[in-house]
Design a protein around this ligand. Sequence first.
Ligand code: KIV
Length: 334
Amino acid sequence: MTQSPDHAPGDGPAAGRPASGIAGGSAAAQPGAIAAAQAGEPAATPAGGPADAEGSGRALPGQEGVPVPRRVRVHHLRQAKERGEPLTMLTAYDALTARIFDEAGIDMLLVGDSLGDNMLAHPTTIPVTVDEMIPAVRAVSRVARRAMVVADLPFGSYEASPQQCLATAVRMLKEGGAHAVKFEGGAHLAEHVRLLTRSGIPVFGHLGFTPQSENLLGGKRVQGRGQEAASHLVADAHALADAGAVAVVLEMVPAPVAERVTEVLRVPTIGIGAGAGCDGQVLVWTDMAGMTSWSPRFAQRFGEIGEALYGATRTYARAVRERTFPAPEHTYEK
Ligand code: KIV
């Protein structure tokens, strides 16, 4: 992205993106079922933004005339499932990438506790704290104009009781600006889901391989293999949905089991390593974009951004060392 030194990062439209600043800014340009479902609905505005009046459709200062996209909401997820149109979700941990994913039309941005291993250099998600999550959630919600922002509840912040879970979820919405929360676990957390739902907080369940329990599960292993484990997983999914969960993430589950869950649930399933039969897919963005040398078998690398960034960095360092940067055009003579 080329920027004039007088402009703050993110001020203008990025290279390769529409000058409107919002890809899919009109309902007609938005992807699939959600766009259809949103046709004729009032527009949404950025969380915490000056035009936060729901449905006003008012543009941000300086962006008058730029179409304001309609926020993806829980009823759109249900409608997408009914219409058989796949939902898209990516993780996001900061404003820079969240803005790109939002403009590219991703339906849901998950501020995952994978923040821990992907951004904070923790070995797993287990050490991540609520206080580490909140600034990331806030950054993503500030820039996501269309996507639903889902905040993960980190390990130790919800399991003890429905009340503990509610208190953490409230922080994610009030301080972080999230629209929904996600936490890991099955039927034993149905009461947690029920209380949050009664309190007005949409909940995403997370079944299959649940990274916060990797010590108990014996590492990163496919879950739901075999008749008994599969039936257990289906029962857990039912329990979450019956308690009010608006969607269920299925991680590292055999495809036939994920298909069975998808068939029996009224709410969408979002798969990661769970095959093509889910109602939607989620990936950790760094896996999707090829930011690391290794990525899991279930994640396709849709770009090689890590390599591109490495190349740009090497070129920059060489230019500085060779004194070809800064050039006259980057220099103030007075
Ligand atoms: O934290 C995360 O990134 C997640 C996804 C793996 C679904 O929970």
